[in-house]
Every structure is written in structure tokens, then in C-alpha cells.
Design a protein around this ligand. Structure first.
Ligand SMILES: Cc1cc2nc3c(=O)[nH]c(=O)nc-3n(C[C@H](O)[C@H](O)[C@H](O)COP(=O)(O)OP(=O)(O)OC[C@H]3O[C@@H](n4cnc5c(N)ncnc54)[C@H](O)[C@@H]3O)c2cc1C
Length: 472
């Protein structure tokens, strides 16, 4: 048998557990070269002057790669850290080190696909085979009960068909040992290389988000097993404050530090060992939403980034940078919107309830091009996932696949339902704290006397509302 040296290119799959590409390579190869490549195109500045990857997201990514390096070292290997274009550097490394095959995960959207295709063609010219693996979803693409280009447009239909006709595959075990050649493994880049500064950990954040497989698994351990929160997930998931109203798995899922199938297996174990109820099912239900957006992106290609989305809507969006900036800064004068945007800016995270409201406000109340909002989220969110982000934005903007026509969120009604006492606002906008009860959500409804008594001055300590929103 010939001696085989294989290269595993890590992308948004920064883990050792349930890693199809790594598992197969370790099984087939005698020596493995694990590689991660920081691609400068991911750090470029977008048209709006926003960095494509902001500092919170970049920090989380660095930590995740660093943790992978550490974990590979524990298995006797290491991670070769490169900086540049993967489609140029990987063939170079493969040739230099006499690699026989390159293993990696398949992505779905255009930027990632282009890189993949260019890499495959460069390796093909060198006579090096590539092996791709599908591994970011709960349901494997090959197990869908329909061809992916016929993915149902309506979520409920998608979910029901998958639940009825597909099985979720078992996770791959983590390799026990990895043999690697003795090479120069390179160093982790600094954030400053990409013009970014390390953001401070905010003491107001719902949890301390630290990237990497170890922290992702630790979070699952805390949320499911130590704090026993899974059994109440369905009732608490719309919360805004605190560590445990929802799982907070999203950032680790986005970079693949956690595998959705591993979470699924842990839910099943929890159901056997602790409790099975609507809440335990609901976490799986939400993971199916994640799958759905991925398959919809695969089906519709670049349409998910286009102004008319996957519907043929007319482009009558406003493109006003000043208004947009007020939204990004959390200076709209609408406390529920501002508190959420301030949380995002300070931590890189925002609850699902918050995201729906700020997105609806941008597209419905300000009528601003939804793609600007999606681009801002792309830059800021530590859990940025190309399919979930652009898919959800399309949905809120009414250019996606929502059977309900109007996705308008009445901000004050939402505030009343989810933050009646204004605790969330008090947490993020302390200058409004003296305003009692629900009134903190509507300082613009107070008389000059009331405002004065609270020490709040509209246009002074807190902005005037930039638009009139419906009363509650
Ligand atoms: C405008 C907008 C943009 C969004 N952008 C992203 C994004 O870039 N990345 C991202 O992971 N999620 C995104 N979401 C979905 C959702 O808000 C987050 O997944 C969720 O808030 C993350 O918190 P959690 O892990 O505690 O969620 P939980 O409530 O604990 O849910 C568990 C998991 O289910 C998945 N999930 C839950 N809701 C959704 C959903 N609506 N769509 C897709 N997956 C879902 C996530 O992977 C999440 O981690 C977006 C939602 C909106 C409205």
C-alpha cells in the first residue's frame, strides 16, 4: 500500500467532534496536515465603510482557530495557519509537502463556492484529488426527501417532510490520534493585522462568548446539564436579558465549533435521562430553521443577496446613510431599538426577539434597503452565518419565502409583551432609568414636566425619536 499524506482544510467547521472530512482523512491517510487560512477578503471594507468582519466576530474567530490548534496539538498534530487566498496557498503547500489529497467541507454561497472551485481547479492541474463533505446541517443534503433545488418554499412544509421522511445521521467520533509531518506550523495573526482592535469584554453581556470547541461544549454542558434549562426553553426563548433564556449556541454553530448533530444527540440524551417535552423538541425545531435557510440559499443562489430577494418585488427602498447610521449607533430615539443595537455593538450578540424588531424597524419604519441592515449584522454578529442572516433578513423585509405578507412589528406592543417593566432598557440605556415602569419605552410620550423630573432631556441626554411609531 502507498504511503498517503492528506491535507484537511478547515473552514466553518472548527472542531474535532463530528467532523466528516477529518474523520475520513484520518481513516484513509498515514499523515495529516490540518490547515486554516485567514482570507483577507473576509476583512475588507464594505461600500458603507463597514468592515465585513468587525472586531467582535474577528475575535471570536481567532479564539476558535486558536482552540482548534491547541486541540490538534493534544492529538499529536497541529494546525498550519496561513494568511492569504486559500485557492493559491493550499495548492502551494500541497505541492511542497507532497500531499496526495485535500479534504474539506462544502459551503453553499457564492464567495465560498468560488474559492472552492478555484482551489479544485488548481489542485486538479497538480494532479491532486479533492474530497468534499457536507456537514453543517442537521439533515444531510443527500437525505432530504426532495432534490435540494426543490426545497419547499414554506418552512412548515420543509420541516414536516424532513421530519417524516429523513433520518438524522449519527455523529462521527473524534479522532484519538493524528500523525502529522514535522513542518513549520505558522503563527496566529493579530487582529491589528486587519485594522481591528481587540474589543473589551462587556460586563453587560448576556454571557462571555469565547470562541472554540471547548467553550461551545462547555456552554452546552451548562445550559442543558448544569442549569437544566432545556426543559423550559420554549417558554423562555423570547427573552432579552440573562444567560439562560436561550441556548446561545449560535456563534459556536456558525463557526462549526459545535455540530448540530451533536446538539441533537445531546437533546435526545436529555430526553431519556431528564425530561422530554415541547421545549426539548423546540430546540430541534429551531435547528431545523437553520437547516432550512441553508437549503433555501443553496436552491436560490445569489438571489438571497439581491434587493428583490427571491420574490420579484419592486425596489423602492430608501438609501439614506444618515438615517442608517442612527440605527447602527442605537440613536433612533426609540428605546427598544436603541437598547438592542447598543447590545449588538457592545457584545456582538442580540436576542432573536431583538433582531426581529430592529430589522423590522429598519425596513418597515425607515424603509431602508434591507441589504444594508444585513451587511451591518454580517459585520457585527459573532454568530454571523451567511444563510441564516441573509435568509432571516429577506424574511423580515418581505422579499423571502414567508406566506404571511406583512411582517410589521409594532415596537411598543413588542416592548410591552417582552419587557413590560423596562428592565432591558434600564440595562442598556441607563440614562433613561429614572423613568418609571413601561414609560421608559416611550419617553417621547411624556410631558416636559415629567421628563424634567426624570432628568431626561430629549435631544440632550437621549435623542428625539427619528420617526413616529404606532402607539400601543
Ligand atoms: C434579522 C435576523 C438576522 C439573523 N442572523 C443570524 C445569523 O447571522 N446567524 C444565526 O445563527 N442566526 C441568525 N438569526 C437567527 C436567530 O436570531 C439566532 O440564531 C438566535 O437569536 C441565536 O441565539 P441562540 O443561539 O440563543 O438561539 P436559540 O433560541 O437557543 O436557538 C437554537 C439555535 O437554533 C438556530 N436558530 C434559532 N432561530 C433561528 C432562525 N430564526 N434562523 C436560523 N436559525 C435559527 C440557531 O442556530 C440557534 O443557535 C437572525 C435572525 C434575524 C431576525
Amino acid at each position: 500500500m502507498n504511503y498517503k499524506r492528506l491535507l484537511v482544510w478547515f473552514r466553518n467547521d472548527l472542531r474535532l467532534h463530528d467532523h466528516a472530512a477529518l474523520f475520513s482523512a484520518v481513516e484513509k491517510g498515514d499523515e495529516i496536515i490540518p490547515v486554516y487560512c485567514f482570507d483577507p477578503r473576509q476583512f475588507k471594507s464594505l461600500d458603507l465603510g463597514i468592515p465585513k468582519t468587525g472586531s467582535h466576530r474577528a475575535k471570536f474567530l481567532m479564539e476558535s482557530v486558536d482552540n482548534l490548534k491547541k486541540k490538534l496539538k493534544e492529538l499529536g498534530s497541529d494546525l498550519l495557519v496561513l494568511e492569504g487566498h486559500p485557492e493559491e496557498l493550499i495548492p502551494k503547500i500541497a505541492r511542497e509537502h507532497g500531499v496526495h489529497g485535500v479534504y474539506f467541507s462544502e459551503e453553499v454561497t457564492s464567495e465560498e463556492k468560488k474559492v472552492e472551485e478555484a482551489l479544485e481547479s488548481a489542485l486538479w492541474k497538480l494532479g491532486i484529488e479533492t474530497f468534499t463533505f457536507w456537514q453543517s446541517t442537521l439533515f444531510h443534503m443527500e437525505d432530504l426527501p426532495f432534490p435540494v433545488n426543490q426545497t419547499p418554499e414554506v418552512f412548515t412544509q420543509f420541516r414536516k417532510e424532513c421530519e417524516k421522511f429523513s433520518k438524522i445521521r449519527k455523529t462521527y467520533p473524534k479522532p484519538q490520534k493524528i500523525n502529522s509531518p514535522n513542518i513549520n506550523w505558522g503563527k496566529m495573526p493579530l487582529l491589528s493585522k486587519y485594522g481591528l482592535e481587540k474589543p473589551a469584554n462587556s460586563s453587560q453581556a448576556v454571557i462571555v462568548f469565547e470562541g472554540g470547541e471547548d467553550e461551545g461544549i462547555r456552554r452546552l454542558q451548562t445550559y442543558f446539564w448544569e442549569n437544566d434549562c432545556l426543559k423550559t426553553y420554549k417558554e423562555t426563548r423570547n427573552g432579552l436579558l440573562g444567560a439562560d433564556y436561550s441556548s446561545k449556541f449560535s456563534a459556536w454553530l456558525a463557526l462549526g465549533c459545535l455540530s448540530p448533530r451533536f446538539i441533537y444527540e445531546e437533546v435526545k440524551r436529555y430526553e431519556r435521562e431528564r425530561k422530554k417535552n415541547q421545549s426539548t423538541y423546540w430546540l430541534i425545531f429551531e435547528l431545523i430553521w437553520r437547516d432550512y435557510f441553508r437549503f433555501i440559499a443553496k436552491k436560490h443562489g445569489n438571489k438571497i443577496f439581491q434587493v428583490s430577494g427571491i420574490k420579484n418585488t419592486v425596489d423602492n427602498w430608501v438609501r439614506n446613510e444618515q438615517l442608517f447610521q442612527k440605527w447602527t449607533e442605537g440613536n433612533t430615539g426609540i428605546p427598544f431599538i436603541d437598547a438592542n443595537m447598543r447590545e449588538l455593538n457592545a457584545t456582538g450578540f442580540m436576542s432573536n426577539r431583538g433582531r426581529q424588531n430592529v430589522a423590522s424597524f429598519l425596513v418597515n419604519d425607515l424603509n431602508i434597503d434591507w441589504r444594508w441592515g444585513a451587511a451591518y449584522f454580517e459585520s457585527q454578529l459573532i454568530d454571523y452565518d451567511v444563510c441564516s442572516n441573509w435568509g432571516n433578513w429577506m424574511y423580515v423585509a418581505g422579499v423571502g419565502n414567508d406566506p404571511r405578507e406583512n411582517r410589521y412589528f409594532n415596537i411598543l406592543k413588542q416592548a410591552h409583551n417582552y419587557d413590560r417593566k423596562g428592565e432591558y432598557i434600564r440595562h442598556w440605556i441607563p440614562e433613561l432609568d429614572p423613568i418609571q415602569g413601561f414609560d421608559i419605552h416611550q419617553p417621547f410620550e411624556l410631558s416636559t414636566k415629567q421628563l424634567k423630573e426624570s432628568g431626561v432631556s430629549l435631544g440632550g441626554t437621549y435623542p428625539h425619536p427619528m420617526v413616529k411609531i404606532p402607539k400601543f
